[in-house]
Design a protein around this ligand. Structure first.
Ligand SMILES: Cc1cc2nc3c(=O)[nH]c(=O)nc-3n(C[C@H](O)[C@H](O)[C@H](O)COP(=O)(O)OP(=O)(O)OC[C@H]3O[C@@H](n4cnc5c(N)ncnc54)[C@H](O)[C@@H]3O)c2cc1C
Length: 460
């Protein structure tokens, strides 16, 4: 029991997850009279907003991750255990983990979110997601592996399927990855693959709703769409991908895009942990909390960040899944835990929206600030770079990211195109450890490309 954690005279706060929320909370408790125990399955903090840059070879994986132990070096009340939390036993005030049981006085769930495939099994098995560093590295390898394969085939339709990329989901991640791929097609790939005709590489961005960047202003939505049009990304709004099988991303039973590469960026669910009663968990697996992050039905269990469903007057559907929400909730919870320990009433949360932004490509980004302030273009792009550089964890990471970005900007090149760990769908296991289903690769039998899509493919 307790994975050899030292006995302390102070109450123990166990934090599950060292993402944006968990990291901030553990730091803010550095001087509090508590023992802080962080459990995360990864021994690093992952800066998710820049995952797409790792996937497209613009940044090294190391520059968006930072070792948890290094972040907390010198914090005397801090302890870390690397493990997977499998279940919470609220009767025994214990979390059951892959490395043993850990007792808590106060428990904070900061487990973030998981990709939501909306029950479409073929996409879960065959599509690529972008939620973790291994996902991003897989995607990078897969794209370049398919380019290498495209050089070898004599079948034009097979070549097109290997080169085509379908990104599903027109939120910031979908927009950012499509823009970045389009830049790669323009500046990087023609130099690396002069034997391939880049006209055959189509980037489709498919969004089920009527606009890109759903929660942003109409102006930002229109600007982002215009930027992507200019880059030659084929944006299809009001369109859903129904399944992805045998190198075809289907809109309907008969209409499809031939592709080996489908990137699923269409939604996430909360990563609710087993053991939290069903009535406290929403349909999209977020945990209902009150305005001081206390989980419905418990005094000593809290949830913050993406996994927490906190409803406020102006956000009746729950606060958005964004890094600043997780961080602000962590700040307040650190204060409230100390208030609770002193027998004082906790203070309710108020979200301070400092704005949202999305980058499309070099010199092109959209920014919405409070009070209806919007800007775009090169100023938006600099704002995006500055904010992301400043929020990266660790001085080394800031320097490496800055150097990589400066190099790309002045050379129109991206240095990171190595296939160090080739990706194979056969190696991928789902959350339950099951192997992915057999997916015919692009060398499988080909059905002719439907006329509508063929036309789109040569129109650029
Ligand atoms: C590709 C992408 C781009 C994004 N871009 C932006 C952006 O530009 N701006 C923005 O504000 N937000 C962005 N977000 C959202 C933002 O990253 C999240 O809102 C934020 O990470 C939420 O923080 P969190 O602490 O709740 O969870 P996370 O940061 O996701 O951290 C959760 C942690 O919990 C750990 N964990 C989970 N379950 C377990 C378990 N059972 N056992 C042990 N450990 C566990 C995970 O390993 C992880 O370290 C983006 C997200 C993605 C995926």
């Amino acid at each position: 029991m307790d994975t050899n954690l030292p006995v302390s005279a102070h109450p123990r706060v166990v934090i599950v997850g060292c993402g944006f929320g968990g990291l901030r909370l553990a730091k803010e408790l550095r001087n509090a009279p508590v023992q802080v125990v962080v459990i995360d399955r990864n021994n690093y903090h992952n800066f998710q907003p820049l995952l797409y840059q790792v996937a497209t070879g613009a940044l090294e994986a190391d520059s968006i991750a930072y070792p948890i132990r290094k972040i907390f070096a010198g914090q005397e009340n801090f302890f870390y255990r690397m493990g997977d939390v499998q279940r919470v036993d609220t009767q025994r005030n214990t979390v059951v983990t892959s490395v043993g049981d850990i007792r808590y006085d106060y428990l904070v769930l900061a487990t973030g979110s998981l990709t939501n495939f909306f029950g479409i099994e073929s996409i879960e098995k065959n599509g690529m997601q972008i939620k973790s560093i291994p996902n991003a590295l897989n995607l990078r390898s897969f794209i370049f592996q398919n380019f290498e394969k495209a050089l070898l085939t004599e079948n034009p339709q097979e070549r097109q399927a290997l080169l085509n990329i379908v990104v599903v989901g027109g939120g910031p991640t979908g927009v950012e990855i499509s823009g970045s791929l389009a830049e790669m097609r323009k500046h990087v790939l023609p130099k690396d693959y002069p034997e391939l005709d880049m006209q055959n590489m189509q980037i489709f961005l498919v969004e089920a709703g009527p606009a890109l960047l759903g929660p942003m202003s109409k102006k930002s939505q229109d600007d982002a769409k215009r930027y992507l049009d200019e880059l030659g990304v084929r944006v299809r709004l009001n369109t859903s991908i129904k399944k992805f099988e045998d190198c075809r991303a289907y809109f309907s039973d008969t209409e499809y895009i031939p592709t080996e590469n489908l990137v699923w960026a269409a939604g996430v669910n909360g990563a609710a942990v087993e053991g939290i009663p069903e009535q406290a968990v929403t349909r999209n697996k977020r945990i209902n909390v009150n305005l001081w992050s206390q989980v419905q039905g418990f005094d000593n269990v809290f949830a913050i960040g993406d996994v927490a469903n906190m409803v406020t007057e102006d956000m009746p559907k729950g606060l958005p899944m964004l890094a600043p929400v997780a961080q602000q909730q962590a700040d307040l919870l650190a204060e409230n835990l100390q208030r609770i320990l002193q027998g004082q009433a906790p203070v309710p949360f108020k979200y301070k929206n400092k704005g949202v932004m999305a980058i499309v490509s070099r010199n092109k980004a959209v920014v919405d600030l409070p009070k209806d302030v919007h800007f775009n273009g090169i100023f938006g792009w600099f704002t995006w770079l500055f904010v992301h550089l400043m929020t990266l964890v660790g001085f080394r990471n800031k320097v490496v990211a800055f150097v990589d970005w400066a190099f790309s900007y002045f050379s129109s090149d991206q240095a990171l195109r190595l296939i160090i760990r080739p990706f194979s769908r056969k190696d991928v296991k789902d959350d339950k450890g099951k192997k992915a289903a057999e997916h015919k690769t692009a060398t499988a039998e080909y059905i002719p490309t439907p006329p509508a899509i063929q036309e789109a493919a040569v129109e650029r």
